[in-house]
Ligand binder design. Sequence first.
Ligand code: FPP
Length: 247
Amino acid sequence: MSAAQQAAVTADGPPIPLHLAIIMDGNGRWAAARGLPRALGHKAGAEAVKRTVEAAGELGIPWLTLFAFSSENWRRPPDEVRDLTGLLRHYLRHEVQTLVERGARLRIIGDRHAFGAETAAEILRAEDLTAGNTRINVNVALSYGGRAEIAEAARAIARRVAEGTLSPDAIDETTVARHMQTAGIPDPDLLIRTSGEQRISNFLLWQCAYAELVFQDVLWPDFTAEHLAAAVAEFGRRERRYGARVG
Ligand code: FPP
């Protein structure tokens, strides 16, 4: 059985996702609608992240992966890149204790080194400080791109073949999954994107093969526990077949 097929865990009712992935979209539009600088939209988005970690923990969702900074986001205007990376550093420095209090284990996927040695060290420190937490696993994707991740896995597998430690004929889906940054993490079974856009945008391309997609009209800074509950309820109503016919 694949990770996707183990998907739902059942509390005392409808299934809830084992792994929820979120594309947090709409910070800029939220700020523009209020005549505020985009930086304040991202700041409000960071508050929504805190609410969501808490709400997901309350629902008993064990894995949460958030798309906070894509490999394409480096192409935004330098001021905005500075605001976003500054906000991420602030949260790494000052909010790790909140994660510890909430029993959250933090892992970063993506290219942490793109943010410089100091930030990479702070990421490691935050991961270490939360490593013993078991209530909820929070993965944050930073300088992350799904295609880049697949290409990196392909390079790692090719190196093993070149060394002679892996036969090309032995390469299967499990081999690839083990070389992804999400090795050991179940595939997302629910992917939410906020702000009304209906795209995957290079997020967890390999891992979301069987994810249920829920697109919500809310702008990310306005995302609440109620929006999360509505998406999880929608997930509970979906019939999941993994390509097979049922009945
Ligand atoms: C999309 O809104 C959001 C982002 C590019 C960044 C997400 C970052 C945060 C929520 C804040 C920091 C996160 C953490 C983990 C502390 P957009 O700017 O693309 O909005 P728009 O499409 O309305 O312009």
